[in-house]
Design a protein around this ligand. Structure first.
Ligand code: GLA
Length: 389
């Protein structure tokens, strides 16, 4: 991969002398969905799929971005003297937004740089190709410009800041955090209220994590995401009229049940119920994993899906078909929608000896019912973003 990127780099920018090489993963969330902006827990892991980058400093104030996945955009050029989101920059608004966010956070970049990327995370699949690119850019900037006082958590927060304020998606912290802090063979149990986290080893001796890409992305993703956030904020405000809490994640399911009549709007009630119960499921799932009770972990994944489908209403027909089919296959420990929703991927834990059947049977029935093929990735859990030498 390095050679491929460096060859392209040399072709575009004269030579690859002095260019450095980097990798930033995608992520999959095992459980804890739509809890990260509600002060709850999440349990994602970084993947070995991700975004590779080659980069080198320049002497002037120009920044150049080139994606080997999106050659048709050519080299996108911007200036450090005009860090604004422009439609013509297309995908390059993600790395440019991080340059902007560095300046906003007191780390202006003094000279330009050239950057070539190539990634193998399917775009729009809900496996965080954008967070991967944001954190990749953060790692490149700190490394090229010798910025030593930013931690990987800071780079995650800067990535989220740029996504919220430069790219216009009001996402939570989960994706950038998982990409920045990932650890091989571990998932990350993050409390988004305190930002405390711990790694939990995932030792699935006789099972695999299988991601199924529905290859649909419904257009309402961004607007519906922001609607869900608003509905949760409104539900929280209703609860706060009597309760001293800061986030839905502060409530146990019992406390929620005892106070839920404070929420008069039935939609807000369903959204809040999901946020509270999903947070508890995530805590319970990590406990089950520590106890070696993978069956319970799987049941909690299944319950998570039902709640996302019925109460949070972020699933869709294609995803429900995938999950329903998965649930029927012997050897499937758990299966659910993962990521923001309205298409994208499911995540399943599947016994080794059931993986072939899982892929062939679901693949066949899905394409019969939906009219296009699903894609399957049997994934490994990898490390967070870094420079690679
Ligand atoms: C998207 C967002 C995350 C998180 C998930 C849902 O991936 O970027 O912050 O809210 O949706 O869990």
């Amino acid at each position: 991969m390095k050679q491929k990127l460096f060859d392209k780099f040399a072709e575009l920018f004269g030579s690859a002398d002095g260019a450095r090489f980097y990798f930033s993963p995608g992520r999959v969330n095992l459980i804890g969905e739509h809890t990260d902006y509600n002060g709850g827990h999440v349990f994602p892991c970084a993947l070995t799929m991700g975004t590779y980058g080659a980069a080198r400093k320049r002497d002037d104030r120009l920044v150049h971005f080139y994606s080997m996945n999106l050659d048709k955009f050519g080299v996108v050029e911007a200036s450090l003297d005009d860090l604004t989101n422009k439609k013509a920059y297309n995908w390059a608004n993600y790395p440019l937004g991080v340059v902007w966010a560095f300046a906003e956070k007191g780390h202006p970049i003094e000279t330009g740089f050239d950057m070539v990327i190539w990634g193998n995370i399917p775009n729009g699949s809900g496996l965080s190709s954008s967070a991967s690119l944001e954190v990749l850019t953060g790692v490149i900037l700190t490394d090229l410009f010798g910025i030593t006082d930013l931690t990987m958590t800071d780079l995650a927060l800067i990535g989220q800041y740029s996504e919220n304020n430069f790219s216009g998606c009001n996402c939570g912290i989960m994706d950038q955090f998982a990409v920045a802090m990932g650890k091989k063979d571990n998932a990350i149990f993050l409390d988004t209220n305190t930002m405390n986290y711990e790694y939990a080893p995932i030792h699935l001796e006789d099972a695999k994590i299988v991601i199924t890409n529905s290859k649909v992305k419904h257009s309402l993703v961004d607007s519906a995401y922001n609607d869900r956030r608003r509905e949760c904020t409104e539900a929280l405000a209703a609860l706060k009229t009597r309760l001293d809490i800061n986030a839905l994640g502060d409530l146990t399911p019992e406390e929620f049940e005892a106070n839920k009549t404070l929420i008069s709007d039935p939609i807000q009630l369903k959204r809040a119920k999901h946020a509270v119960y999903e947070n508890q499921r995530t805590i319970d799932a990590v406990a089950a994993l520590k106890d070696g009770d993978i069956e319970k972990f799987g049941q909690l994944m299944n319950q998570s899906h039902t709640s996302l489908r019925d109460d949070y209403e972020v699933s869709c027909e294609e995803i429900d078909i995938l999950v329903d089919l998965a649930w029927k296959i012997p050897g499937v420990i758990g299966s659910r929608i993962t990521g923001g929703g309205f298409g994208g991927c499911t995540v399943s834990i599947v016994k080794n000896d059931a993986v072939d059947r899982f892929i062939s049977e679901i693949g066949r029935i899905y394409s019969e019912k939906v009219g296009h093929e699903a894609e399957f990735y049997t994934v490994d859990i990898g490390d967070g973003a870094s420079r690679i030498d």
